[in-house]
Ligand binder design. Structure first.
Ligand code: NAD
Length: 252
């Protein structure tokens, strides 16, 4: 268990007020880390309270809208200040906009690229700068199946999440020999607020389910093990990797 022990490690998990980010924050807390949780709305504070109660760990909520560059910088700097450093960075927040490709508004393109890709570039870069100065660390980016396949009606999300995978490799190449591991997780179809409509869609939802080899939608807790692995010493020789947690979807 020592390999997976995160006692006293300091972590920031973006977009952790609900869904996948919340489950990852909980997993890091259960492994002993101190965790900054983040979200855009007040639900964040309720989540922080619940995580404190369920894990007994150190949970610090910091509200920030990561579509705004000043708030992205503020979140990072406040996290480092409040934690006294940073060993683990999980960039998980994300949004989606859906329109037929021929009618996709440029404003939605800008919003999705800013939230899903540019803020991740900024956070990874600030995380890398800090970790290079302080003896290393672990950066985990949350990509998507749509990093690999193109999807339907989500061209901005596909471009942004494809970029997340490429940035993971680019940062890893430059920092691997200097103690900073950068990896990406590709969640499959996970039942969260983001996918609620799809899960309940008798047409497309049912079709997707039929294509998932393990025969069920994922749940946020399915991401916990990989997140702890990538945050811990167990993954010290793993970097630049893109790891699907998708019930076998991509290889079918
Ligand atoms: N659910 C899935 O099936 C699935 C599949 C592949 C990838 N993903 C990715 O996993 C990540 C989490 O997805 P989820 O399903 O848990 O989504 P979710 O909508 O349930 O949660 C998203 C989180 O991001 C935060 N967020 C959104 N916009 C933000 C902003 N501007 N500033 C700060 N925080 C913001 C929200 O507050 C929330 O905490 C996303 O990057 C998503 O693209 C999800």
């Amino acid at each position: 268990m020592e390999l997976f022990d995160l006692t006293g490690k300091r972590a920031l998990v973006t977009g952790s007020s609900r869904g996948i980010g919340r489950a990852i924050a909980e997993a890091l807390l259960e492994a002993g880390a101190h965790v900054v949780v983040n979200g855009v709305n007040d639900r964040l504070f309720q989540t922080a309270q619940e995580l404190m109660t369920s894990t007994g760990g150190v949970v610090i909520p910091i509200q920030a809208d990561l579509s705004k560059r000043e708030e992205t910088k503020h979140l990072f700097n406040e996290s480092v200040n409040k934690l006294g450093g940073l060993d683990i960075l999980v960039v998980n927040h994300g949004i989606q906009r859906s329109h037929p490709a021929e009618a996709f508004p440029i404003e939605d393109w800008d919003t999705v690229l800013e939230v899903d890709l540019s803020s991740l570039f900024m956070l990874d870069q600030m995380g890398g700068q800090h970790m290079l100065r302080h003896g290393g660390g672990k950066i985990i980016n949350i990509a998507s199946l749509i990093s690999v396949i193109g999807g339907m009606t989500v061209p901005a999300y596909a471009a942004a999440k494809g970029g997340v995978v490429q940035l993971t490799k680019a940062f890893s190449n430059e920092w691997a020999g200097r103690g900073v591991n950068v990896n990406a997780i590709v969640p499959g179809f996970i039942h969260t607020d983001l996918t609620e409509d799809l899960v309940n869609d008798p047409g497309e939802g049912a079709n997707l389910l039929a294509r998932i080899p393990v025969g069920r939608w994922g749940v946020p807790d399915d991401l916990k093990g990989v997140a702890v692995f990538l945050a811990s010493a167990a993954s010290n020789y793993v970097t630049g990797a893109v790891i699907p947690v998708d019930g076998g979807f991509l290889v079918r």
